[in-house]
Each structure stands twice: as C-alpha cells, then as structure tokens.
Write a protein that binds this ligand. Sequence first.
Ligand code: 3PG
Ligand code: MG
Length: 428
Amino acid sequence: MFTKQTIRDIDVHGKVVLLRADYNVPIEKGKITDDYRIKQSLPTIEYLLGRGAKLIICSHLGRPTGPNDTANSLFPVAKRLKELLKRDVEFVPDCVGDRAEKAAAKLQNGEVLLLENLRFHAEEEKNDEAFAKQLASLADVFVQDGFGVVHRAHASTEGVTHFLPSVAGLLLEKEVDTITNVMHKPDRPLAAIIGGAKIADKIDILHRFIELADFVAIGGAMANTFLVAEGIDVAQSLYDKADLPVAKDILRKARAEAKKRRFIFAIPRDGVVAHKVDKSVPTRIVDWSAHVIADIENYPHRPPTRASHILWQEMILDIGPFSGSFIAGGVQLANTVVWNGTMGVTETDGLQGPVGPYAHGTELVIEALLGQFGHKPFTVVGGGDTVGYIENRGLVPYFGHVSTGGGASLELMAGRKLPGVEALQDKK
Ligand code: 3PG
Ligand code: MG
C-alpha cells in the first residue's frame, strides 16, 4: 500500500506545481534512443494540466561535469515532450535564478516549462539547502514523480520538500505500489530472474529473493562469477574477482535455503561463447555441466572435449539453450516473476534480423514470460538495459509492470527506504 499523499489529494487549480521527473534518458548525438521514461511521465502531467495547474518540470540527465556540459542538456527532452503532449513546452536554459524565475512568473494555467538539467549545479547532488530553497521558490506545490531517482537524497528529491507541500505523482505511486506488493504479498510461486553485469549491484536483492522467492535464476555476466566460484574455468569471460567471496556466500545461503524448503537456485549449465564480441564472429555452445547437446550431436562418437570446455581465448556471452529452457520451465510454474538484467550481451545486433548472436537466452526467457509455452505469469521488469531491450523489441505492453527505475527499483525490492518517497506527506 502506498502511504503518501498524491496529486489526487490536493487542489492544483491555478497553482504553480514543481514536478520532479526522471528524464535521465539515453541520448546519442542529440537523439533520444529510448523515451520510455518520458512516456511514463505523461499521465501525471496530463492530470495536472487538465486541472489547471501551471507546470514547471525539472529533472537531471546523466552525470554532468559542469554547467556547460551540452551533451547532457535536457533540450532534446523538451522537444520530445512537446511531441508527446501535443502542447507547447517552453525550455528554460537554467533551473534556478533569473531566467527560471521570469519564466515561472509568466506561466498561465495549463502551460508547461521544462527547466535545464538540475545537475548543472553541483548543489543538487549535495542536497544543498539554499539551492533547494531557490528551486522551491519557483512554485506553490512540489510533486515527486521521478521514481528512478527517489533512492537519491538530492536537493530536488529531499531538500525541496522542506520548503513546499510535497506529494507523489501517479507514476511514483504505481511503481511503489506494484513493487512493494510483489515483495510483500506475491501471488506465489514467485520467481526471480536476475542478470546483468555485476553482482555488486545486486547483492541485496539476491539475498532478499533467496529468502522470499521459490525460484531464483542467474544469467548475464554476473553468472560468470558464480561459475568461477563453482570451479568452472570461464577463460576470457568477464567476471569480478573481488566478488568471488560474495558469490560463494550467496551460493551457500541458497543451498541452505533449499534444504529448508522447496527452493531452486539456478546458475547456467551451458553458455554461448565466442572469442570476440563481434556480430560477424562465429559462436558455439559450451555445455559444461549437463553434457546433453554435444552428446546428442556426436552420437555414436564421444563429443570432443571442447564441447564441455571454454577454450582459453573464448568468453561466455549468453546463457545456453539448456539453461534458457530450464529457466523457462521455472517460469511456467510461477505466478509472479521479477526480471532484472538480460541473460547475455543483448546490445550487439544480429547480422540477420533484430535478435543478436548473444540474445537468444534473453529471447527464450521473454517467450516464457509472455506465455508462449502456455502459462503467463504476472511480470515485473526492471533495469535500464532490460527495459531498453524490450522497448526496442516493441514488447513493453505485453509485460505486467515495466519499471522506469534501475537503482531505485532494486533498492525498493531489497527493502530499503527511499529518501525521495519518505520525504513526501503521509496520507491523512
Ligand atoms: C537512473 O538512471 O538510475 C536514475 O536516473 C538515477 O541516476 P543516477 O544513478 O545518476 O543518480
Ligand atoms: Mg543509474
């Protein structure tokens, strides 16, 4: 349950509303390559404008080095927002000071401003009080709707709430509600599929899911660290040496849990390898544990040793078909699945069609999640790369909840308090 006041609880007619959004979107050569976060901010904007608010939107973008870091300007976002809203959006080249104050003073009911990147001022990330006060002075009410950034205690997420009545937007409410429900009273069985590059980012949720879920499967480069912990030679594969003790600890905990109750913790048993991340370089499957595919392919001869060994110059770039099928089976038995992190290097395109050479594992998991094998569980998807992938494949509408948060959704799932949510007014 969401315990904070929202825009539904206040009257915004004729008021200047400062709306914090998370428009930290990927931009390449001035072009937005994924506008999911912008699209998801529209219901709150439309709600506020429909009720006669004067709207000032602020956000950060990237991690700029100073005020003139033009590659991190929010200008392209203003353009995109204008197209999506089908209304004029005035872009203000600073988030505080003269220009912001003048633009704010001229605002009429139903009009929209987008302020330049908050992080062009170092005070934003320092949660500087004077800066927060300056920002707050532009408006009558503060609305937090940038779910992706509420795990940060910055001037525009925490500081500002000391100076204005502060409530949640509709996206923030939906995100927090859906994710906390899944963590507190999931429709069981609950499965978690965790991938991506680094264990370090996911230690807390791995622990939480080992306590909470019925099935946990690991993929992506972080699986390599678990494989090394299990004594498998991963050759050139990316893995975190420093995280080996963490991986061993997690494996120990998972095994102990499996002794106590029906619980499955799966790490890959086969993988797709190549000697280079390059779409024109041949791939092969290495079946280091199950020995199924090569045995079948070579019968009546013995499979060559390399069928179960990663050669010294090779690296694992995806989970193999056996592992993908195993995860798909787990998904078939689940009623709720949390998915965060792709199973392989999905950003490399394919020579034929949209699916790259190391995306087959992720594709198989997606098929299972979307009910291609018969049963479709409720799905919660998070993580920038994962969401970017399903966005590019046009599959977002077929998932249950696709989160706009990366770090924020992981912290919420891990049970941490989010400073940007805590700071808002409680429901009466
Ligand atoms: C994100 O993309 O995770 C959020 O916008 C937060 O950005 P940050 O990690 O730079 O604080
Ligand atoms: Mg981030």
